[in-house]
Design a protein around this ligand. Structure first.
Ligand SMILES: Cc1cc2nc3c(=O)[nH]c(=O)nc-3n(C[C@H](O)[C@H](O)[C@H](O)COP(=O)(O)OP(=O)(O)OC[C@H]3O[C@@H](n4cnc5c(N)ncnc54)[C@H](O)[C@@H]3O)c2cc1C
Length: 595
């Protein structure tokens, strides 16, 4: 058990243990109340985190931090086992507000602000989204114009007001505001500025208008608000000048000339927020599954024929099929997240190595948050009426995690980013290949696809290594209507219908209350389906032969493979040239591969 726990806890096990102890504190247990009570309590809890030192993890030692990026993301993930409003409030304060100052600012900003960010002496906001532009942040319309030695921050109209901003409605004293930088009459693109939004007495600063977004579907401990800036003047030094600066005479300078590249490099340094949301979604999913699986182990419904005892829900295959695949996917995402956090921790400072992690972070964030939304709903239903009671947590989990699919990058838009990255990598791979290399590439892709789709690797491996018997195939896991009733004599079967299970040597095994499911009569491994299936014999072998032949300089197999691969290569070329268009081939349905 300890070994398993250590494996699951991974590299930041110590952080996880500290978080577990912290979450045992009854003052951190999620609870309800009026909007104001929830907000006040969440702010108090934020201060508790700071006092416990949790906020120090991700910041440099010079400013009171612990220089542990991986630890801070893992700590955030663990917080999601408790109050999700606190999680998001902490994410805004330490991850977004503090993170922007740390990564987009320079030493003068670190000196001025970081210690107060960590201690929550300076509660802050991350003011990027505008009412008119959420996903397309390059098109933001707030302006920061340099004139007479200061920047003037201006909201041109209501469409450009900052919207949904966490910490803005009640607690924030300052905000990192993203705005179009204009100097010497030229617009230099979106940059970030530290702008005070409230005075020490809590009233809005001069020229700042603040509005409360009001109650939300969830996360009501977080005070989201709207901000308008009417000629707010801030010192030139408040520009977070890590990627672009303005000299006293108004001259603009930057280490990255290309404005698009500069902007995306700036955003890339804020990747931590996205990875953290994925981790938080994972924890909320685990909470839901833990409740639903435990309930399913004790809850009984219906009596098995010929027995007195009622059956526990988890003995029903239907129930297993709802919960166990979700559980398996949750473990898979847990390990994927762990790998990503480790890679980010090791490679964050190296821009070249960090770039590929950005697409991975986007993909895992989308996968983990959509999985959370679907799984929490499944778990709620799996607990029946009890799942609907507030005390059983699902209402809170559903409401609070819902928006994870939208903030820190809308999932659909993030997947477009991932697709673009993959196509770019694909194009550069193809661009360097000669015809032989192209064939090899296509053939290798085919092998991978076939192996993945047939799960050949999963089913062959245990037998080869003397491991446990293979998992049941998809067909085996399907409901088995034909063995529940008498199939009648062979002549009565429809022409071409499958022979009954018994005739195929399939043994019957009774499961309590769950009907019957077939298992292979001899515990051996069945041949790979795609290799032996009618109409497509030997797809794997043919593709492998093509790879071998191409590697050896091309024999008969190779030449045939050249002819076969050519249409696929032309297809791929056309797609790369016109990525938006769907290409149909007359001789094939519009499906890439159907094993
Ligand atoms: C509770 C909450 C807290 C937030 N906190 C903050 C914060 O602290 N700071 C901050 O700056 N922002 C914050 N946000 C804003 C959040 O980041 C944005 O809501 C998010 O980026 C989406 O932007 P949008 O709402 O404008 O949606 P839109 O971008 O308008 O998207 C609406 C729909 O259109 C789809 N869509 C958009 N573009 C495309 C496309 N090209 N192709 C196909 N479909 C597309 C999307 O998938 C989505 O379904 C918060 C939001 C919420 C709800």
């Amino acid at each position: 058990m300890t070994e398993l726990q250590a494996h699951l806890d991974g590299r930041w096990a110590a952080v996880r243990n500290t978080a577990r102890e912290l979450l045992d504190d009854p003052r951190l247990v999620p609870s309800l109340g009026s909007l104001e009570e929830q907000r006040a309590r969440t702010f108090d809890r934020l201060r508790m985190l700071a006092e416990a030192g949790v906020s120090r993890l991700g910041f440099p030692k010079e400013y009171g931090g612990l220089d542990d990026l991986g630890g801070s993301i893992t700590g955030f993930e663990m917080l999601a086992l408790g109050d999700l409003s606190l999680l998001v409030k902490a994410g805004v304060q330490f991850g977004l507000f503090g993170g922007a100052i740390l990564h987009l600012g320079t030493e003068r900003h670190h000196e001025a602000y970081l210690a107060d960010v960590i201690s929550v002496a300076l509660p802050g906001c991350f003011a990027m989204t505008e009412t008119g532009h959420g996903s397309d942040v390059a098109a933001l319309r707030t302006t920061a114009t340099y004139e007479d030695g200061v920047f003037v921050i201006e909201t041109p109209d209501d469409d450009a007001r900052k919207d949904y901003i966490g910490n803005a409605a009640r607690d924030g004293r300052a905000a990192v505001v993203f705005a179009q930088l204009i100097t010497a009459g030229e617009q230099q693109g979106v940059h970030a500025f530290v702008v005070p939004i409230r005075d020490s007495d809590g009233s809005p600063a001069d020229g700042v208008r603040i509005e409360d977004c009001g109650p939300k579907a969830g996360l009501n401990g977080v005070d989201n608000g709207r901000l308008w800036f009417d000629g707010v003047r801030i010192p030139r030094e408040n520009l977070l000048n890590g990627y672009g600066d303005v000299a006293a005479d108004g001259t603009y300078s930057t280490p990255i000339e290309n404005p698009t590249r500069r902007f995306f490099t700036m955003l890339g340094t804020l990747i931590q927020g996205r990875v953290s949301v994925a981790g938080g979604a994972g924890s909320a999913t685990k909470v839901a599954l833990a409740i639903a699986v435990r309930y399913a182990e004790v809850r009984r419904q219906f009596t098995a024929p010929g027995r007195d005892a009622e059956i526990v829900l988890l003995d029903y295959l239907a129930h297993q099929r709802r919960l166990l695949p979700a559980l398996a996917r949750t473990y898979a995402l847990h390990f994927a997240q762990g790998e990503l956090v480790g890679a980010l921790h090791d490679d964050f400072a190296d821009e070249e190595r960090r770039r590929p992690l950005e697409a991975r972070a986007a993909a895992i964030k989308a996968a983990a948050t959509w999985h959370a939304t679907a799984t929490i709903q499944t778990c709620r239903e799996a607990c029946g009426g009890a799942g609907y009671l507030t005390e059983n947590q699902f209402a809170r989990l559903k409401a609070d995690t819902d928006v994870f699919t939208t903030f820190e990058g809308d999932n659909t838009v993030l997947l477009q980013l991932v697709g673009k990255e993959l196509l770019t990598a694909y194009r550069s791979q193809f661009g360097e290949l000669d015809w032989l290399g192209t064939i090899r590439f296509v053939a290798e892709q085919t092998v991978d696809t076939v192996v993945e789709h047939t799960a050949a690797h999963r089913r062959e491996a245990p037998a080869r290594h003397g491991g446990p018997p293979p998992a049941p195939s998809r067909r085996q896991r399907r409901p088995v209507r034909h063995v529940q009733r008498d199939p009648g004599p062979p002549a009565a079967r429809r022409p071409g219908a499958r022979r009954p299970a018994a005739a195929r040597g399939v043994r019957r095994r009774h499961r309590l209350g769950a009907g019957v499911r077939p298992t292979p009569a001899r515990g051996g491994v069945r041949p790979v389906r795609a290799v032996r299936r009618g109409g497509r014999p030997g797809v794997v072998h043919r593709a492998r032969a093509a790879v071998d032949a191409a590697q050896q300089g091309g024999d008969r197999h190779g030449r045939r493979a050249v002819r076969r691969a050519a249409p696929a290569r032309d297809d791929a070329d056309r797609r790369l040239r016109h990525p938006g268009r769907v290409h149909h081939r007359a001789d094939r349905p519009n499906v890439e591969f159907d094993p």
